[in-house]
Design a protein around this ligand. Structure first.
Ligand SMILES: Cc1cc2nc3c(=O)[nH]c(=O)nc-3n(C[C@H](O)[C@H](O)[C@H](O)COP(=O)(O)OP(=O)(O)OC[C@H]3O[C@@H](n4cnc5c(N)ncnc54)[C@H](O)[C@@H]3O)c2cc1C
Length: 384
């Protein structure tokens, strides 16, 4: 076996997923993890429901980089940013000028929060929470504040809104869409969720485009397209994610929306793989935990010498809005069908079916979420 290590770039759930799965299969293969951040292990989904329960960044961190290195018998280099990949020489270049050779290279470099173009002198005050350091900064910034505006009524925006209102803040959610979770729920589901979140105090500003953010003393003034304004203490942006593709693109590795891979998670470059939020597997970018677990297992087997094609079963996503329990399994946008929506006692059951009645997706809200276990086996796999 080659002496060069499997090099993993990134210490998120994808990087650690592969490290853990590969170690289970092979106790000998050298593994080196390079991470631009602290390199510790934590569960990122916790970040959007941690304020109400007063979780500190330290309490969210499961294990430091050193603890993980000892636990998994791998080399971890935290605070180490990779600046370039040479796929011919099989080396990566680090920002500090060093280079690291690899046998196989895994890109697990995640995604960036999208920043919408806005005018005004307050735009640099806009916060995002996409990792533990962002959460630390956000928590610090919240001290002494009362009114918060959240840009984006998608999954992460709604989760933060529920969390912050539960922690006693006044929360405004602004979105261009006509409903929360516009990409995941049919209209009736969006209305139900909006009503439940409104009932706990969240103020929605839908069909609204934010145009400017200006400073007014310590506060921020948002100007909307309908010429109304809103003054708040802090603005959180949660308008979506964009896979980090620059590193691959600069190395002439094919990218599209994400870093393009086949069903073996292999990029178009030999010995280089990608998974997690940065990857586009057979045209699908799925920035969620379950796809990462499946991809980590398949890739570890491949790296250990057993080429293993990735399969995704149906993977419903739980939306962490305690005021309105919600579970979604969005249908494949390429498949035709329509929503059949029923009101339950205190919820919504929305089933997306094709013309012959096959279930292709669902959205369950309120008490209908208890039907998840019965419905999930009826769904088609996401990648067969
Ligand atoms: C607030 C929030 C809540 C969420 N809730 C849920 C949920 O409830 N359910 C769910 O399924 N999903 C949820 N998600 C999505 C889920 O957390 C992500 O899909 C997952 O954590 C992504 O892991 P990753 O390893 O691909 O990327 P990341 O965790 O972003 O890791 C990327 C790593 O790459 C490193 N890196 C990047 N560039 C370089 C470089 N050039 N050199 C070296 N290192 C580099 C970074 O430092 C980082 O360590 C949530 C996401 C957020 C932000």
């Amino acid at each position: 076996m080659s002496q060069q290590p499997v090099v993993l770039i990134g210490s998120g759930l994808a990087g650690y997923g592969v490290a853990r799965e590969l170690r289970k299969l092979n106790s000998e293969v050298p593994i080196t993890m390079l991470s631009a951040d602290h390199g510790g292990f934590y569960s990122k989904p916790m970040l959007s429901n941690a304020i109400a329960t007063s979780k500190t960044p330290e309490s969210i961190l499961n294990s430091s980089a050193t603890q993980m290195a000892n636990q998994l018998h791998i080399a971890i280099r935290p605070n180490t940013r990779v600046s370039a990949i040479d796929s011919v020489q099989k080396v990566v270049m680090l920002e500090n000028g060093e280079s690291v050779s690899y046998d196989h290279l895994v890109l697990a470099i995640g995604a960036d929060q999208i920043r919408i173009p806005l005018q005004g002198d307050g735009i640099n005050e806009l916060l995002t929470v996409n990792d533990l350091d962002d959460y630390r900064h956000f928590r610090f910034a919240l001290a002494g504040k009362k009114q918060i505006a959240i840009l984006g009524a998608g999954l992460i925006g709604c989760e933060f809104a529920n969390d912050l209102v539960s922690a006693g803040y006044e929360v405004h959610v602004i979105d261009i869409s006509t409903q929360p979770l516009g990409r995941l729920l049919p209209a009736e589901g969006g209305r139900f969720l909006q009503d439940k979140l409104t009932a706990i105090g969240i103020k929605f500003h839908l069909k609204t485009i934010t145009q400017r953010i200006d400073r007014v003393g310590d506060r921020l003034n948002l100007s909307f397209d309908d010429e109304t304004q809103l003054e708040v203490d802090l603005v959180l942006s949660a308008v979506g994610l964009r896979p980090r593709i620059q590193l691959a693109k600069a190395a002439s590795i094919e990218v599209n929306r994400g870093i393009v891979t086949d069903r073996y998670l292999q990029t178009r470059a030999s010995y280089i793989y990608a998974l997690g939020d940065c990857a586009e597997v057979e045209g699908k970018v799925l920035p969620f935990v379950m796809p990462i677990s499946h991809a980590s297992r398949a890739l570890a087997a491949t790296l250990n010498g057993t080429p293993t094609m990735l399969r995704y079963p149906a993977m419903p996503v739980l939306v962490k809005t305690p005021a309105c329990p919600t579970i979604v399994s969005p249908p494949d946008p390429d498949k035709g069908g329509e929503w059949r929506v029923d009101k339950t006692e205190d919820g919504i059951r929305a089933l997306f079916q094709d013309i012959t009645g096959n279930l292709l997706g669902f959205a369950l809200l309120g008490d209908a979420t208890k039907e998840k276990n019965a419905l999930t086996p009826l769904l088609p796999p996401v990648l067969d």
